[in-house]
Structure formats: structure tokens, C-alpha cells
Ligand binder design. Structure first.
Ligand code: BDR
Ligand code: CA
Length: 314
């Protein structure tokens, strides 16, 4: 199994990604970052998910604010970051190690094999890459849920994880790490709806029923806000390509993160026609990201929901 570390901000879809990952990867730990809520809450939520599923893995708390500017929680996932789920109080605490240190240590130990999934703002990852310049080489790759090859969700053209810390995202995208991207153009091809919550309820058991409750909260919120009880399956879509490559297609692009424009800040600008040229350089810049472009959405959502339903069978 592929060794995996998840840097996350749970979060409903983060929780689904963690539970999915624990069944398909050798999950070596979780590091947390601010995002769907303050980092104290996302760390606590990560511990609660581990408690719920009996996952014996280290959880390390990380950075609570972007590299530049400040942060206000969006409340999309409720005040706790994980409203709607009745989760057990965690018996274990976060380890006495910073998330940035854990990312570096886990990558070093795995000797080129570790996949780092980054499914929240990229602050911990950017700081880890800056702190240990060999980290990009030590990692097999970084798979990111963030950005978009078309429209955004937190602003017309920016996705939430990138917009919450554009400077961090720019640092990660310009690093030497091999990067896979699950942007909104990709995650919107996999749609969760009430039938998925129902499948989890039918499966029974603490984990599926709790995730069904999370889905209810999230789908109801989307219905109230956008008129339809559906949601793209964001965070698990960064992991599915490693388990079911048959369901996805990627293309390599040169992607840069816009930092200056107030209107487009946080936009992931992909050169989809290879037109970027610098006056002093004859060659176009290298494609730095393998971005998801196509996914068999119904098969991918079924596969993720079936994995979470399997917790009901022990
Ligand atoms: C991303 O933002 C968060 O709300 C989700 O957890 C996901 O990582 C989607 O834009
Ligand atoms: Ca997330």
C-alpha cells in the first residue's frame, strides 16, 4: 500500500477523505491547518474522526493563519468545522510535534515513497518546503485539492483552499515537488447527493451513520444556499486517482497562482495552450502540475461511499 500523510482542515469532505484513505493507503498520520475552522477546531476534529474509526495514527497540529494577512472561518462546515456529526470525544491528544516537522520527518523516513495529500490551505506544506529544501525530493508527490482550471467557489475565479493562503500556494506550485491537482473543474464531476447519505444509512454502523449525518448537514446547507441538495466530492477526489487510476484522466500544465490582482487573487492560472513565453527564455516554462481533467464521477462517488460503508461491516 502507498504510504500517505494527509494535511487537512476537517471539514466534512476532509473527514470522508481520511476515512477513505485509511482503507486504501498506509495512512501514516494527519497534520492539521486552519481552513474550514480555526486550527484548534480542525485538530480536534481530526482527533474525533480517528476516535470514531479507531485509527491509531499520530495527529499533529499546524499553522493557524496564512503567510500574509489574516483569516476568518467561512462557516461553510458550521462553527466547529464539522457541524451535523455527533462525534465521540477523543481519548488521545495531538502529538507533541508541529505539523511542519511531522511532514518533513515522515517524508524523510519514507525514503521517496510518501504521498502527501494537501486538502486544506497550503500553509503547512509551503513552510515545510521552505524549512527543508530537500523535502520536494524526499516526497513521491503532493496531491492537492485546490484551485480550478475554470471558475472558482470562494471568488469568481479562486477556489477556497488556494484563496485562504495564495502566497503559500504559489510557493508550493513553484517548488520542485511533483504535484497532482484535484481542482474544482475535476471535483465538480463527482457529485454527492441524498442517495449517498441513504446508502451509508443502509450500511449501518457508527462510521457510515456519522458520515451520513455530515452529508445531511452539508447537502441541506447547499440546498438552502444554492437551491439544490448536491455537493461536489472535493477532498476525496485528490486520493481517488491513486486507487482507481482507471476512473480519471490528468494533463500536465504550467500553473501559476495570481497574487496581485484584487479581483483574481488566488486564481490558479493554467497555461492550457502553452502560450507563456518569457522574453529571455526560448522554451516555455515546464509543466509543473498534473491536473485532473476528467473523472467518471458516478463511479468515483460510488467507490468512495462504498469504502466508507464498508466500515459498517467492521
Ligand atoms: C475545499 O474547501 C473546503 O471547504 C473543503 O474542505 C475543500 O478542501 C473546497 O473548495
Ligand atoms: Ca478541506
Amino acid at each position: 500500500m502507498i504510504p500517505l500523510l494527509i494535511d487537512c482542515d476537517p471539514g466534512h469532505d476532509d473527514s470522508m477523505a481520511i476515512l477513505y484513505a485509511a482503507r486504501h493507503f498506509e495512512l501514516r498520520g494527519l497534520t492539521t491547518v486552519f481552513g474550514n475552522s480555526i486550527v484548534e477546531n480542525t485538530t480536534r476534529n481530526a482527533l474525533k474522526i480517528c476516535e470514531l474509526a479507531g485509527l491509531d495514527i499520530p495527529v499533529a497540529g499546524g499553522i493557524g493563519a496564512p503567510l500574509v494577512g489574516s483569516f476568518t472561518p467561512s462557516m461553510i462546515h458550521g462553527a466547529s468545522g464539522l457541524d451535523g456529526a455527533d462525534l465521540p470525544e477523543p481519548k488521545r491528544r495531538a502529538v507533541d510535534m508541529h505539523a511542519v516537522t511531522m511532514i518533513i520527518e515522515q517524508a524523510r523516513k519514507a525514503e521517496g515513497e510518501l504521498v502527501l495529500a494537501a486538502i486544506g490551505p497550503l500553509t503547512n506544506v509551503a513552510v515545510a518546503l521552505r524549512t527543508e529544501p530537500r523535502l520536494a525530493r524526499w516526497l513521491k508527490c503532493i496531491t492537492i485539492m485546490g484551485g480550478s482550471l475554470d471558475i472558482g467557489n470562494a471568488s469568481p475565479y479562486a477556489e477556497a483552499n488556494i484563496l485562504k493562503d495564495p502566497e503559500a500556494a504559489a510557493a508550493v506550485f513553484s517548488s520542485d515537488a511533483e504535484i497532482y491537482l484535484a481542482g474544482l473543474n475535476f471535483t465538480r464531476q463527482a457529485i454527492l447527493d441524498r442517495s449517498h447519505a441513504e446508502m451509508l444509512r443502509q450500511a449501518g454502523g457508527a462510521v457510515p451513520e456519522t458520515v451520513a449525518g455530515m452529508l445531511d448537514f452539508y447537502l441541506n446547507r447547499n440546498e438552502a444556499r444554492y437551491g439544490k441538495p448536491i455537493s461536489p466530492m472535493h477532498d476525496p477526489s485528490a486520493l481517488v486517482p491513486f486507487v482507481r487510476p482507471d476512473l480519471v484522466e490528468h494533463q500536465a500544465f504550467h500553473i501559476q497562482v495570481e497574487l496581485a490582482s484584487p479581483l483574481l487573487r488566488g486564481m490558479t492560472v493554467a497555461d492550457q495552450r502553452n502560450v507563456t513565453r518569457r522574453p529571455d527564455e526560448p522554451e516555455p516554462p515546464r509543466a509543473n502540475v498534473k491536473a485532473g481533467v476528467r473523472m467518471d464521477g458516478p463511479a468515483a462517488t460510488r467507490h468512495v461511499i462504498e469504502t466508507i460503508a464498508s466500515y459498517g461491516r467492521g
